[in-house]
Design a binder for this molecule. Structure first.
Ligand code: GLC
Length: 729
């Protein structure tokens, strides 16, 4: 880019920021005339929260950076010029004609969609998933609690959160951290009391935030009174509430199914003299949905929580509730077993149950449901979501599985490219365009952190260059947009950045490179942050994502807490992998990476607890924490807040149609969101090289926001830059 152009852009950004700040006054982020509803933030009560967390109106400067320092941020020109009709700087300035793709040439995928009017509250808001154990501890036991969430509601509000998906806080022996429920009607004392829950619902309500409960209905805990009764013998009122089967003639389990966490999916009960089925741990027996009494008891549970005023449900592991014929599957590993997922997920007839659930629980209520739909493909979405579907949204995992051949084997990784990610995300966008709605997510409590997941060349998970071999320069150029920066040969780039990056990140020995790596990480996090708020759907953030949380890379398996991690490790060792191979897999996929405690401050225990945290605090907490990032206008947190504001201020990002552009581009993921009066053009550069595109794509459009210093130059994205433009239709 020419220096003069860069300087011009910086000045433009400065003027834009000044104009924006004066347009906002003291209102909420992105507070243009379009954002009236966000003003409710300023009315929140001052009780039960730390002064610094109070919802006083947010100073936009905190969000958008000190103008003139080359900070990136909202460009108010786009908003203010809507009024004046002033033309933006010409798109060709600073642009190039290098890329052959244009909007016309690309195989555009336009989706027809319903426009805002019919949209429900949950389609217009942002959701944050809170993993209660790790969010905020107020009683010093080292485990997060309900009061800890209440204390931080205003923090959430600053990111435009309108709903909290709360992971299970019911009474539970915690064999699977609460996903093993002993009593659906009680709060586990680790997390607080029912009064705390009522207070959380009420305090959240005052801030226009609704609590969404996690309904674990595929299974209960083996300590649930329902199961204890069922297991007590063959003759009891609940004898048919779980899945009981006789042993095979040789005394072995009824089928050769391997549970999702490893080992046989059947456990013998002495008292009952039969095996019971468990998709997950033996402490999590599967309920028998065939039995109408069971279904009715579960609907009662859901309605109990609705009566308390919750805003909806996330349906855990819901694709497993319907069981098929009980027969052996083809062994898929040396243990002679077959993954239960491949036998039971999404069995024919499941939708009948779920339609019944919708009728008995949801009909007529202003709530939303989102199903964890492992095993449902994007093309099946229309039967699962929307008017005729069973849920409002489903979490579909194709993009999460982009780097794995099979969920059963974390060591069976596959190469992937930006083209794959584009295809997968595009499919979901297309399939929810007419029917239903998409929950935009790149992390949750079961998944790796998104920077490590979607930018493998920046990942801390591969600790030796040897281990990263599958992702280094040997990756085929066709398949690896990230690593093959020579993909656009005319741009001219190094071809072996991966190994270099890995060693920099891992060793931290080279200060200059380490800080370059930090910049890359920050920019990469902003790419995901941009997609979160600009794809069509409801953003589902996961705690810590907005701070740039990273995977943990503990050396030995004993350091890990997560039961599924331990089981996966054992499985890999049993399958003949070396300890190092198994640990490599663990470092990439352990659920502990998503579960280390939140970082509120740079102080002791990252401000999470006064006690001993149940899981170690990530060692990057001194820089990656709310307190520090709130003060830094260029931080990942500031970017997430800015993007939330951008989404709020530009309606087309909520209700507009989705059309992918630059489909063949190897570095850039881009799309247009078309609303009734404006269209937003979203461009993200997934590579660590400058990327060029046809500047006519942003012709007559104005820069709304860019993550790069002096960024938003038409026709060019700097390394890992994200930019949003807007044009009047
Ligand atoms: C879901 C949850 C996961 C849990 C499992 C069993 O996949 O997200 O955390 O372990 O169900 O309930």
């Amino acid at each position: 880019m020419k220096k003069t152009t860069k300087a011009k852009m910086i000045i433009a950004a400065f003027l834009a920021a000044v104009m924006f700040l004066s347009a906002c006054g003291a209102s909420a982020p992105g507070g243009s005339q379009k954002q009236g509803s966000q003003e409710t933030e300023t009315q929140k009560p001052k009780s039960a929260v730390e002064p610094s967390e109070q919802g006083e109106s947010v100073n936009s400067a905190e969000y958008f950076g000190k103008a003139g320092e080359g900070q990136t941020g909202l460009n108010s020109e786009a908003a203010s010029e809507r009024e004046t009709g002033k033309q933006p700087e010409t798109a060709s300035e600073g642009g190039t004609e290098a890329q052959s793709e244009t909007a016309d040439e690309s195989a555009a995928m336009e989706s027809e969609v319903q426009m805002t009017e019919g949209l429900k509250w949950w389609q217009k808001t942002n959701v944050c998933e809170i993993y209660i154990r790790s969010f905020n501890d107020t009683d010093g036991d080292g485990i997060g609690d309900l009061n800890g969430i209440t204390e931080k509601l205003d923090y959430l509000k600053k990111m435009g959160i309108g709903a909290i998906w709360l992971t299970p806080c019911y009474k539970s022996p915690q064999a699977d951290n609460g996903y093993d429920i002993a009593d659906y009607y009680e709060i586990d004392e680790t997390f607080g009391t029912m009064e705390d829950m009522d207070r959380l619902i009420a305090e959240a309500g005052k801030r226009d935030i609704r609590i969404v409960m996690d309904l674990v209905f595929n299974h209960t805990s083996d300590q649930n009174s329902w199961f204890i009764e069922s297991a007590s013998g063959k003759d009891n009122p609940k004898s048919d509430w779980y899945i009981w089967r006789d042993a095979k003639p040789d005394g072995g389990p009824p089928t050769n199914w391997r549970g999702i966490f490893g080992g046989s999916a059947w456990t013998w009960s002495e008292t009952r003299g039969q095996y019971y089925l468990h998709t997950f741990l033996s402490e999590q027996p599967d309920l028998n949905w065939e039995n109408p009494e069971v279904r009715s008891a579960l609907y009662d549970v859901a309605n109990f929580w609705l009566d308390k005023g919750v805003g909806g449900f996330r349906m855990d592991a819901v694709t497993y509730i319907k069981k098929p014929e009980f027969k052996d599957g083809e062994p898929d590993a040396g243990d002679g077993m077959t993954a239960i997922h491949n036998m039971t997920a999404n069995t024919d007839g499941i939708l009948d149950y779920l339609h019944e659930f919708k009728d008995k629980v949801q009909r007529g209520k202003d709530i939303f449901t989102v199903g964890e739909a492992n095993g449902v493909s994007a093309s099946e979405l229309p039967q699962w979501v929307g008017e005729d579907g069973v849920f409002d949204m489903v979490f579909e995992f194709s993009h999460m599985l982009i780097d794995l051949n099979s969920e059963t084997d974390w060591s069976d990784r596959r190469e992937w490219s930006l083209a794959d990610l584009k295809r997968i995300l595009g499919e979901s966008q297309k399939n929810t365009a007419q029917n239903g709605w998409y929950p935009i997510f790149f992390e949750n409590h079961d998944q790796p952190r998104c920077i490590d997941h979607f930018f493998p060349e920046l990942s801390v998970s591969s600790t030796s260059s040897e281990n990263s071999a599958s992702f280094d320069s040997s990756a085929s150029s066709e398949n690896s947009a990230f690593f093959d920066t020579g993909a656009s040969s005319d741009i001219g780039a190094s071809s072996d950045i991966v190994a270099a990056s890995d060693s920099n990140v891992a060793s931290g020995s080279d200060t200059a490179s380490a800080s370059d790596a930090d910049t890359d990480v920050r920019m990469a996090a902003k790419v995901i942050g941009t997609l979160m708020f600009t794809l069509r759907g409801t953003p589902f953030l996961y705690q810590g994502q907005e701070l740039g949380f990273r995977n943990v890379t503990w050396d030995v398996i004993d350091a890990y807490n997560d039961i599924s991690t331990k089981r996966h490790y054992e499985f890999l060792i049993d399958e003949g992998k070396t300890v190092e191979e198994a640990m490599e897999a663990v470092r990439h996929f352990s659920r502990d990476s998503a579960r280390t405690p939140m970082h509120w401050t740079a102080g002791e225990n990252a401000g999470f607890t006064d006690g001993t945290p149940w899981l170690p605090i990530h060692d990057n907490y001194k820089t990656c924490n709310v307190e520090t990032e709130e003060k830094d206008p260029d931080s990942i947190l500031s970017w997430y807040r800015s993007m939330a504001a951008v989404r709020k201020a530009h309606e087309e990002l909520i209700d507009g149609s989705f059309e992918e552009i630059l489909n063949e581009h190897k570095q850039i993921y881009a799309f247009i969101r078309r609303g009734s009066s404006h269209e937003a053009i979203v461009l993200t550069n997934f590579s660590r090289e400058e990327a060029e595109y046809d500047a006519s794509i942003v012709e007559e459009a104005e820069l709304v926001i860019s993550s790069a210093e002096g960024g938003g130059v038409p026709g060019i994205l700097s390394p890992l830059e994200s930019a949003v433009f807007e044009r009047k239709k």
